[in-house]
Design a protein around this ligand. Structure first.
Ligand code: ATP
Ligand code: MG
Length: 360
């Protein structure tokens, strides 16, 4: 925090609809500032495919330094299918930030907001309120860019380390405990793996079980990834917090975003021991960019997650309350019947933003 107690936020709008959803999120935070003792200082910085096209780098050194100095990092979305590294992979500074700042816990809540249509029969009555925690620095992504390809075969390596797994599970149990304390859920923590087939996942599960012995207040159990995928579409209301490997988490968290209305509803946070990046689960959505159709809800809910994390880190009760106010405002907007383009309605970015600001 800077001298005047303002929370310094690094703002990386990125590409595609990234900047389109970032602007509403900053407006929401400005509104919070106007009605609480919280103060923010926003510093915008370049990152993404646009910057790569101009300079040959996914982000400048100055962006990394800014992220290092800031209290928190907000990110829109980065990467465009048409702009690629020489090895044909997409420009992804968001993944580089995970590695640089050791952001091992990818936190992806999926809460079905009343009024939002879900594709799951029964979800309207039973509700969905779960969190997928995706390990974000190793697993099958550990060999990113280092895979070996010859004419006859291709190989990637999966890496699970004790150091990262211990911190990941410790974080996950603590999140489950906090949700329970807030009366949010209480269903416990499920480790999702494939321990019956892969040694690496048996190792992952064993460390989970070790960590569980230190958190007897949380109901801990396991599920294989295939069974978890089926259970999530049949009875998502039975889950509270789920923790899994990087690639499994990538897939499962898109699935859970689908359960709650769509990508535009799903916020996320990449959290490490010291730093954290808050961004929507979705990508840059080139198919709808520049049309005013992007749903800013995921980005706005990501700022609520940022406030909650800052509250926890700095003991700021007003930030906890502000984060909850943002969630309640979003809930009110959907209860009142707003319908973004994303689920067949006709409300664009500006409509959703205006409604959330009014509800605040
Ligand atoms: P990434 O590889 O970065 O995850 P992606 O290729 O998976 O990106 P997204 O950019 O997330 O794709 O888009 C997937 C689909 O969801 C697209 O049809 C897009 O238009 C839609 N979508 C994503 N975000 C939003 C949003 N905020 N509002 C409305 N539609 C969205
Ligand atoms: Mg995706």
């Amino acid at each position: 925090m800077s001298a005047n107690n303002a929370l310094h936020v690094a703002v990386l709008g990125g590409d595609g609809i990234g900047p389109e959803v970032m602007a509403p999120a900053l407006e929401v935070l400005r509104r919070i500032e106007a009605t609480t003792d919280l103060r923010f200082r926003f510093t915008e910085a370049p990152a993404g495919a646009g910057h790569y096209k101009e300079t040959g780098k996914s982000m400048p050194e100055s962006t990394i330094r800014l992220c290092e100095e800031a209290d928190a990092i907000l990110l829109g979305a980065c990467g465009l299918p048409s702009v690629r590294y020489p090895d044909n992979t997409e420009i992804a500074p968001q993944i580089e930030l995970r590695m640089i700042f050791d952001l091992y816990a990818g936190v992806r809540p999926a809460r079905l907001i009343p009024g939002v249509p879900s594709s799951i029969v029964g979800a309207d009555q039973k509700g969905i309120d779960l969190v997928v925690i995706r390990e974000s620095t190793e697993g099958l992504f550990a060999s990113m860019g280092k895979g070996v390809v010859t004419d006859s075969e291709a190989r990637e390596t999966m890496v699970i380390t004790r150091h990262t797994s211990e911190r990941l599970f410790e974080f996950s149990f603590r999140l489950a405990e906090r949700r329970k304390a807030r009366g949010r859920a209480g269903g416990g923590l499920t480790c999702v793996d494939k321990a019956n087939v892969f040694k690496a996942f048996a190792f992952f599960r064993a460390i989970f079980d070790e960590t569980a012995t230190r958190h007897s207040g949380v109901k801990a159990d396991h599920l294989y990834i295939d069974a978890a995928a089926a259970a999530l579409v049949k009875r998502p209301w039975d889950f509270d917090v789920m923790v899994t490997e990087n690639m499994f988490g990538d897939i499962l968290s898109d699935l859970t975003a689908g359960l709650i209305g769509g990508m535009g509803m799903a916020p996320s946070a990449d959290i490490g021991d010291r730093y954290a990046v808050f961004q929507p689960c979705h990508g840059t959505a080139p198919d709808i960019m520049g049309q005013g159709k992007a749903n800013p809800t995921a980005m706005i809910l990501s700022t609520a997650m940022m406030l909650d994390w800052l509250a926890d880190k700095h003991g700021l009760d007003s930030a906890t309350e502000a984060g909850q106010r943002i969630e309640r405002a979003v809930d009110k907007v959907y209860a009142d019947g707003i319908k973004p383009f994303e689920f067949g309605g006709s409300n664009g970015t500006a409509d959703v933003t205006k409604a959330v600001l009014a509800a605040l």
